[in-house]
Design a protein around this ligand. Structure first.
Ligand code: ARG
Length: 585
């Protein structure tokens, strides 16, 4: 089934052709949701934009379009307003038949993408021997959501974890551990990530002050790159230790992705430099090999170089990303590549993309995008830190959200005189706590910074996960109260829309497909959050106005179907945000 928007677009285009001839084929009908519900549900702004091309006044064009519109199945007669807007109001009967048809579909009428693409989502990507920080948490949550939506639309998605598992820091760390904790390099369980982070810090300090140690560290890097057995083994152990910790977070958040770290591209780095040289882009500058960038200058206004090989022969973050980009296009067959990192890396990606473009490595048909996000701030408006000023451990942050929701839940249960098992309480607290953290992140426009507030994200009112989870559970309680099996309302259960709140809810239910298509384009999950929040509010208004269980047949069944469709839409929408529902909470 095509969304209402798509159908109306096609109708307006047909009308344009009928009114002004075949040259109008492919004209954008400029159809959008109405800016104000007073004017209807959708509007076309095409008449205004065609005045020059057609040499007529916008109102005359609008009239000609309306005369040729064939929309009786979908809308009331279109109305021209203002300078030449064409307003559309969908008919209740049309809404009823659309709802009846999506009711039997598990995907609720959401269209699959017309052109299925091979998409790579590069997200999460923490660094070995370092703690995963809130920036990685944002990348993980946003990246997972984007991947879920693209998968749901039918795309072939490869979720890649580009972990920082390579580089000179490993030489330093291994050299240091050989001295102070050699067992960490031979036994797989000797230290945990916390120790590793501390050792890393100490190693760095030593490196910065001790020249002899610097040399030892450098030799370890050489050995690592040459594939020396013991150094390799030590490096692998370090990676495994970090990986085990990352897994705990991924498990808690229900995140699945394929690890393909920086080290994977190591064998391809020399060719990146060689090929840049052959394409004439490479310049030697103070011993380093680099490409001078267009549009990036230093303070003196001179072009900035992107270094791809340092004077000591080492490669860097950018070289690896260039190799990865090529590999993803050539070997993985990616048609769209999405990088989810903090906005601070915007220049890095713009530079890497520019060099790859100029080297001719990105065919025109392939879209490469950086999806930036803002900082997570503490309630003091500064970068999120613990009270003692350290970076917040993600594990602690998630546990805190769970614990706080648990306290709230226990109070609520006591107030309502309910008797609940420990198992129930633990499960609800876990789901609601984690979901609250995810939702707080996703519901913001990702490009802005946001303040991390447990109180706000855990509130049972407002645009929060608990609010939506309660909305879902409340609908399920209707079915329990009325002893109704939503799954068996019968295929012939008919929707009848009479009350205003029913119409409003119905229209909203039919917009999921449009919203998902939008997120697929602009990669802003907050649209989906807002849609779900609006849906719960519209449902609540309907539920306040319209009796359900006490209504007469056939209105009763129709309203039960509306309840069921709302619940299923919430469940589906939340699942695309990586949030599971609770039948009861
Ligand atoms: N490891 C990097 C960091 O922690 C993120 C990597 C993002 N992906 C990429 N292809 N560069 O900042």
């Amino acid at each position: 089934m095509n969304s209402t928007l798509e159908q109306l677009k096609a109708k307006v285009e047909q009308a344009l052709i009928a009114a002004f001839g075949n040259t109008m084929a492919g004209t954008d009908p400029m159809l959008v949701s109405a800016s104000n519900p007073k004017f209807g549900d959708y509007q076309s702004n095409a008449a205004m934009s065609l005045t020059k091309q057609l040499g007529q006044s916008p109102r005359a064009i609008a009239q000609a379009i309306v005369q040729h519109l064939d929309i009786t199945d979908i809308c009331e007669p279109a109305v021209i307003a203002g300078p030449g807007f064409i307003n559309f109001t969908v008919k209740p009967h049309y809404l009823e038949s659309q709802l009846n048809s999506i009711q039997t579909e598990p995907c609720l009428g959401v269209l699959s993408a017309k052109h299925v693409q091979r998409v790579i989502v590069d997200f999460s990507s923490p660094n070995i021997a370092k703690e995963m920080h809130v920036g990685h948490l944002r990348s993980t949550i946003i990246g997972d959501c984007i991947a879920r939506i693209l998968e749901f639309r039918g795309h072939d998605v490869l979720r890649l974890n580009h972990v920082g598992d390579w580089g000179t820091q490993f030489g330093m760390l291994i050299a240091y551990l050989r001295e102070v904790c050699p067992e960490a390099l031979t036994l797989s369980n000797a230290i945990d990530l916390g120790d590793l982070v501390t050792f890393y810090r100490q190693a760095k300090q030593r490196f910065d002050t001790d020249e002899v140690f610097q040399e030892t560290a450098r030799q370890e890097v050489v050995k690592l790159q040459a594939g020396a057995k013991d150094t390799r083994h030590a490096w692998q152990l370090l990676c495994e230790q970090s990986r085990r910790e990352f897994e705990v977070i991924y498990e808690l958040l229900d995140i699945h992705l394929t690890e393909r770290g920086e080290s994977f591209y190591n064998p391809l780095l020399a060719d990146v430099v060689k090929d840049l040289d052959e394409s004439g882009l490479l310049v030697e500058n103070a011993g380093a090999k680099c490409v001078f960038l267009e549009g990036f200058t230093n303070k003196e206004g001179e072009p900035l170089p992107l270094i791809v090989q340092k004077s000591d022969g080492g490669y860097n973050y950018a070289t690896t990303d260039l190799a990865a980009l090529r590999y993803r296009i050539e070997q993985d067959g990616a048609q769209r590549i999405i990088y989810v990192t903090d906005a601070g890396q915007a220049n890095h990606f713009a530079q890497v993309f520019q060099v790859a473009q100029r080297a001719g490595w990105i065919p025109d048909t392939i879209k490469v995008v950086h999806v930036p996000f803002g900082l997570v701030l503490g309630e003091d408006g500064k970068k999120l830190k613990t009270r003692s000023g350290e970076t917040v451990r993600l594990r602690d942050l998630l546990d805190e959200a769970i614990a706080r929701f648990r306290t709230y839940l226990e109070t609520r249960i006591a107030e309502e005189n309910r008797n609940e098992t420990e198992e129930f309480i633990a499960e609800v607290a876990q789901v609601a706590g984690i979901s609250a953290v995810k939702y707080a992140d996703l519901s913001q426009n990702r490009t802005s910074n946001y303040v991390f507030s447990y109180d706000k994200m855990l509130a049972d009112k407002g645009n929060t996960a608990p609010y939506l989870l309660y909305a879902y559970a409340r609908i399920q309680s209707i079915s329990r109260k009325g002893n109704i099996d939503f799954a068996n309302l019968g295929a012939d259960a008919k929707i009848l829309l009479q009350e205003e709140t029913e119409l409003v809810l119905a229209k909203h239910l039919l917009q999921l497909s449009e919203v998902l298509q939008k997120v697929e384009q602009d990669l802003l999950p907050n649209h989906l959050c807002l849609y779900l929040y609006d849906l719960s509010q519209k449902f609540n208004q309907f539920y306040e106005q319209c009796p359900v269980l006490k209504a007469e047949e056939a209105v009763r069944t129709s309203r039960l179907v509306l309840c069921d469709l709302t619940a299923r839409t919430l469940k589906l929408g939340l699942s695309l945000l990586g949030i599971p529902v609770l039948e009861r909470m």
